[in-house]
Design a protein around this ligand. Structure first.
Ligand code: GDP
Length: 526
């Protein structure tokens, strides 16, 4: 396509991730969005775990067992003149560093919260990474068809626990069995819950008074007056809607609704897509910034999914396109090695099928079949000018195991597999200071299982993993290190760069250490 076409295409892209605690309704709302986008015709097709409706092609065995979907990890559809890419962030069983890294590849995030539960741990963890990136975040308070907590209470908790301003875009008129509708503050209308006729769904509001002009049966309902009072209170005491703050991730627009009954979802989708940014520019390692409307192709690998087809032992490298146009068969340079690669085999992601990709632009994700060329964080580019994106952050691991080779005669394959998988970013490797024993760190249990599986199947090395449990990892300045500081409660190890850190058994151990060595500074990664 020519430059003008390319620019237009890029401006249409909206790429975001949905974050939530398991069971808050992420799958349900994703499905509703895919229905609006015309990608699926029936709800219940995304999560094979529940519907058994999986395309049964070629995934890694371990994935099949756990029901993790590869095809649904990136979904694309057209809506309201925009091309939308949704990147999945898996729930707690499947949680891994990939989940965090996915947040590096999006331009905005949607946070789904169960209105009966409020902020839950998984949401908080993911939110932290989103906040650190400073990208816009849009909140959907779900399950309004059930009795939940007071809306004001939910917003206050969100602001306090997540340290972000909340601004209500609409306001529930009742909840649970008493749910009547949503008072849409920004579109000046009331959206009725389950109206008898769909053409009665919206009741316009007078923009000045905020009330329904003329007669309407709803005006007789006590919930109407109550909502007007609450909205007035909100206008006086709540935060003022501020687009700049939203763009910077300092304020989150909050929408109420019910994904299951498809109430408020379309309004939410339209509204947040109108505010979500087109593909952003990206920071390069040399200090320059690369704009999304550059004509040469560039992108970075944010995730590598291994062995989706056991017969071929292939893996897919997920690439976020940052500029230009991806074309099948194009030749790119891999920034890390300077080598040229021809990209013959690429996949585009839809919800239910994988299709061969023909062309994709900034904001889109392509999956490249990889035979071992790529590492997480790799940059690729087509122009003469070298493009190397900023390094992806490392995340503080929370789970640790001691690892050894079962067969002492097979040390060579053990070390080779270990080295390659660590380089690829599958797990993090540490060595104990005193004895050089191997310790692996991860943010999710799945990473260990994938590691063990791949060691066995790709490197023919059976490994024994002995859990040492959840630990708090804290790095310290090597100059302040004294090996005597180490004990079983605060194990001293070094990372692959040789930097020392302690693995604290728990908060008590960490506090005890801080009391004992008040001058020693303890640092965490992201
Ligand atoms: P996920 O784990 O975040 O993907 O959550 P799911 O979308 O699988 O939803 C978890 C459960 O909550 C399922 O039983 C859904 O049917 C239910 N659920 C989702 N949204 C709503 C809602 O708006 N109202 C009610 N009552 N249930 C919902």
């Amino acid at each position: 396509m020519d430059k003008k076409q390319l620019d237009e295409e890029v401006l249409k892209r909206r790429t975001f991730a949905i974050i939530s605690h398991p069971d808050a309704g992420k799958t349900t709302i994703t499905e509703q969005m895919l229905l609006f986008g015309g990608v699926i015709r029936q709800a219940g097709t995304v999560k094979g775990k529940k519907s058994g409706n999986f395309a049964t092609s070629d995934w890694m065995e371990i994935e099949k067992k756990r029901g993790i979907s590869v095809t649904s990890s990136v979904m694309q559809f057209d809506f309201d003149g925009k091309r939308v890419n949704i990147l999945d962030t898996p729930g707690h069983e499947d949680f891994s560093e990939d989940t965090y890294r996915t947040l590096m590849a999006v331009d905005a995030a949607v946070m789904v919260i169960d209105s009966a539960k409020g902020i839950e741990p998984q949401t908080k963890k993911l939110f932290k990474v989103v906040k650190q990136r400073g990208i816009p975040i849009f909140t959907f308070m779900n399950k309004l068809d059930r009795d939940g907590r007071e809306p004001l209470d939910l917003i206050a908790e969100l602001e306090e626990l997540l340290d972000i301003e909340g601004v209500a875009m609409n306001w529930p008129m009742g909840m649970g069995k008493g749910l009547k509708g949503l008072y849409d503050i920004y579109d000046h209308r009331i959206e009725l819950y389950r109206p008898e006729n769909d053409d009665q769904r919206f009741i316009p509001l007078n923009e000045k008074t905020g009330e329904i002009d003329g007669d309407h049966p709803l005006k007789e309902d006590s919930i109407y007056q109550q909502t007007l009072d609450e909205v007035e209170l909100l206008a006086e005491a709540g935060n003022t809607f501020n687009l700049d703050k939203i763009a910077a991730g300092e304020q989150t627009p909050i929408y109420f609704g019910s994904a299951l009954t498809n109430f408020g979802v379309e309004t939410f989708l339209k509204s947040f897509l109108s505010m979500a940014p087109a593909p952003a520019s990206h920071q390069l390692q040399d200090g320059e910034v690369l704009a999304a409307d550059e004509s040469e192709f560039s992108g970075f690998v944010f995730k590598i999914q291994a062995n989706m087809n056991p017969a071929h032992r292939d893996r897919i490298a997920f690439v976020r396109i940052c500029s230009g146009e991806f074309e099948k068969g194009m030749t790119v340079t891999l920034a890390r090695t300077g080598k040229d690669l021809r990209l013959n085999n690429a996949t585009e992601f839809m919800s239910a099928q994988r299709e061969q990709v023909s062309s994709a632009v900034a904001g889109d994700i392509v999956g490249l079949y990889d035979t071992g060329n790529f590492q997480i964080g790799d940059s690729i580019y087509s122009g003469k000018q070298k493009v190397e994106f900023e390094k992806l952050p490392q995340f503080t691991p929370e789970l640790f195991v001691e690892v050894t080779a079962k067969n002492v005669m097979k040390q060579k394959s053990f070390h080779k597999g270990m080295q390659q998988l660590v380089q690829e970013g599958a797990v993090q490797l540490y060595k104990t200071y005193a004895t050089d024993d191997y310790i692996l760190g991860a943010v999710g249990q799945l990473q260990f299982e994938v590691f063990q599986y791949r060691m066995m199947h790709e490197y023919n090395s059976e490994v024994i993993m002995k859990p040492i449990g959840a630990r708090t990892a804290r790095w310290i300045d090597p100059e302040q290190l004294d090996p005597k500081m180490s004990s079983s409660r605060n194990l001293l190890v070094k990372d692959i760069q040789g930097q020392p850190l302690f693995l604290f058994e728990n908060r008590f151990a960490e506090n005890w250490f801080k009391d004992k060595y008040p001058d020693v500074k303890l640092k965490s990664l992201l």
